[in-house]
Design a protein around this ligand. Structure first.
Ligand code: UDP
Length: 455
């Protein structure tokens, strides 16, 4: 629906305009926030590109009738047609293009705000122009950042507050930073300083409070650090994750479930590297080796950039791999229903890139993470999961390369030999707390947002 059509529906409740970044993980967390607010008497205009909105539309349930999608059309070209207006599956060479196209949509966004006149804007961390425009129209705006507080703290300290008292040792930070820079060729890596500036601006521009998709038991000291340096309240409202209904019709999941049902409880690992990252041949080989040697069952979702050639999976895997692993493996090309798989009782570990949504989903499902972080915030997320005792990280060698034997060893310990039951126990402990607090936290948030809307 366009902005005028949305305005004609003239809601009576307080209205909130949400503008997430076009990454699937960002949309996902924003949609869960929108759902929580829509069931607490707010009307939400949810703005993104048509292809992004289409990807999350199936997640709207009947009780979400007060969420209205507003389409944001980005400038297109032959190389960057509308079906690529998402970072999900976007080829790496188009990453700078999508950042530029999103920034170029600022005027359209301004027109939306003028037409809809929401009571509040909730904006993401990569569009500093959004709070600027809202302020010029006298619309209060707050930042909801979808990354972890540790990762964001690190960015702030590195780019904006170098002399601040950081609640973590320099050694840990330094070694993680180094890992990241060893793969500095990709466009997302090169853009880090700019991203650091944008994040800093977006946090500072937030009106009094900042929302984070995290929780105190995991990141309390970094949440406090952010509050102190930014001089704002940082409200941890997570984990906000999609909790799919296992029973709904889903052909892809049924096929996986049939296979998984025949395995033993907690005997199988899910392997998935998120919506934006694609393994190199070398990385695929290291992980394949780790899985083969671990002797665990596994479901591996292997993804390629949109437009990749069709026999990519055969070429990517080591020769003879599928024959050797036989019945203990299920390799799925493209998107796996991660939320549903993680909830299945026969999953006992998650080999993950440690994207923040994946980390939150794994915690909520009580599944230990075996982290192989790849880029941007992922090394920090893996570190925090390990520090909190809910995951382990496969350390890289001195050249920054994945150590295949380390991957095998960790999967073996967590899933096959089960010598790391401390992780499962910790997950249970955390989940017990989260279960009782979740709704309470969201009610508190609703009160907070009501006040912002009234002011
Ligand atoms: N996801 C999924 N299937 C896939 C890949 C990703 O369902 O094959 C979902 C996953 O459950 C998570 C999101 O996509 O909700 C990925 O977000 P995350 O922050 O973990 O990583 P990113 O994609 O941003 O790197």
């Amino acid at each position: 629906m366009d902005a005028q059509q949305a305005a004609n529906k003239s809601p009576t409740a307080s209205t909130i305009f949400m503008l997430p970044w076009v990454g699937y993980g960002h949309l996902s967390a924003y949609l869960e926030l929108a759902k929580a607010l829509s069931t607490r008497n707010f009307h939400v205009y949810f703005c993104s590109t048509p292809v992004s909105l289409a990807s999350i539309k199936p997640r709207l349930i009947p009780s979400c009738s007060s969420i209205q999608f507003v389409e944001l059309h980005l400038p297109s070209s032959d190389e960057f047609p509308p079906h690529l207006h998402t970072t999900n599956g976007l080829p790496a060479h188009l990453v700078p293009t999508i950042h530029q196209a999103f920034a170029a949509a600022a005027q359209t966004f301004e027109a939306f705000l003028q037409t809809l006149r929401p009571h509040l804007l909730i904006y993401d961390s990569l569009q500093p122009w959004a709070p600027r425009i809202a302020s010029s129209l006298n619309i209060p705006a707050i930042n909801f950042f979808t990354a972890g507080a540790f990762a964001v703290s690190h960015v702030l300290r590195a780019f904006h507050y170098p002399d601040s008292q950081f609640p973590s040792s320099d050694f840990v930070l330094h070694s993680r930073w180094k890992i990241k820079n060893t793969t500095a060729e990709s466009p997302t890596q090169v853009k880090i300083p700019k991203i650091g500036e944008a994040i800093g601006y977006c946090l500072n521009a937030s009106r009094g409070v900042i929302l984070t998709n995290s929780f105190r038991e995991l990141e309390g000291k970094y949440i406090d650090y952010l509050s102190v340096i930014l001089k704002k309240r940082v409200l941890p409202i997570g984990p906000l994750v999609y909790q799919p209904n296992q029973d709904e019709e889903d052909e892809d999941y049924s096929r996986i479930k049939n296979w998984l049902d025949r395995k033993e409880a907690s005997s199988t690992v899910l392997v998935s590297f998120g919506s934006e990252f694609f393994l190199s041949k070398e990385e695929t080989e290291a992980i394949a080796h780790g899985l083969e040697q671990s002797e665990a069952n596994f479901i591996w979702g292997i993804r390629f950039p949109k437009g990749a050639k069709k026999n990519a999976i055969e070429e990517a895997l080591p020769e003879g791999f599928l024959e050797r692993v036989g019945g203990r493996a299920m390799v799925v090309e493209e998107w796996v229903p991660q939320g549903k798989i993680l909830k299945h009782g026969n999953i006992g570990g998650f080999v993950s890139h440690c994207g923040w949504n994946s980390a939150m989903e794994s915690i909520m499902c009580g599944v230990p993470v075996i982290g192989i972080p790849m880029q941007v915030d992922q090394p920090f997320n893996a570190g925090i999961l390990e520090e909190a005792g809910v995951g382990v990280e496969a350390k890289r060698d001195s050249d920054g390369k994945i150590q295949r034997d380390e991957v095998a060893k960790l999967i073996k310990e967590v899933v096959v030999e089960r010598t790391r039951e401390d992780i499962r126990n910790k997950l249970e402990e955390i989940n017990e707390i989260l279960r009782t607090r979740r709704e309470e936290k969201l009610d508190e948030l609703a009160t907070e947002i009501s006040l912002l809307c009234k002011n």
